[in-house]
Design a protein around this ligand. Sequence first.
Ligand code: SF4
Length: 339
Amino acid sequence: MVAVGTPIWAISLAELEAWMEAEGYPSYHARQVMRWLWLRGVSDPLQMSDLPAVLRRLLQERFDFVLPHLIRESVSRDGTRKFLWRMPEGGSVETVWIPHLKRHTLCVSSQVGCSLNCRFCATGQLGLERQLKGYEILLQVYAARYRLNLPTSHVVFMGMGEPLLNFSAVIEALKGLSQRLGLSPRRITISTVGIPKGILRLAECKEPFELAFSLHTAIPEKRRELIPLAAHIPLEDIRSALGVYCERRREWVTLEYVLLDGINDTPADAEALRAFVSPPLYAKVNLIEYNPVPGLPYRASRRMLEFQQALMKRGLLATIRRSRGVDIAAGCGQLARRV
Ligand code: SF4
């Protein structure tokens, strides 16, 4: 039984088939509706021209077809675009589209705000307003593709929120990205600040997505200062969960490392990082240029190349990710609904 006003985006094919039959229609109309919605990007049931007119009106009456509402779009000098959406069930989140050669990455939000309050992150200053539903995460990609005509080859869960604190919605969105929007799970990255239970659950998932862990320093005392959650979750617990993940899935993880000037870019940090990456944890390091946030005391490291070389000398694979969209506050850690 589907309640009146249920978002059509949240309905599975099986549920829609059952609804069709209960209403006296052949179940194959459900497939037609799904094709219109997800393959053709048509969100108005009255335009679903191969359905009987009376069924189109019934769909309109019974289901909610509302999409995220675009409040504001900002365009960076480097081509990055940031969108502020009012979500169907309330609250606003940001999504960032980052074009780079043939790769077009959409960075989606998984929560409205974030409860974790990482010291260097603008989103953390907002606090958590609410969890997004799985379909609301999915609709950020849908809206980029069908409303803004932006190609999307990769999706990263690195926008607002901690994905593993909204686990079931993120997994629902992950499945929808491949099953409904045809995106290869290999091109989807879930990024976490380190929730061992969530990492262990991910280790059991069948979908072949990528996992990134926001480490930022492998020295526990420093990490506790940067990430309040680290006071409650020992780094060693996260490391052993990541080890299980690597062993079960036979995959590497990416360690995200925002380089902060004079804070986590010292030789001692490089040494701690080397010690952190050892079997059963297999990882490469992604060094990220810090994007300043107004009111926060951190600056981007001036020793990025030196730090990369220090890691490579120690046998680690380390790449550098330059900031994109900084002029529109769309860079990593900058999402706070500011212009
Ligand atoms: S870095 Fe991620 S987990 Fe930390 S406060 Fe920002 S959005 Fe939340």
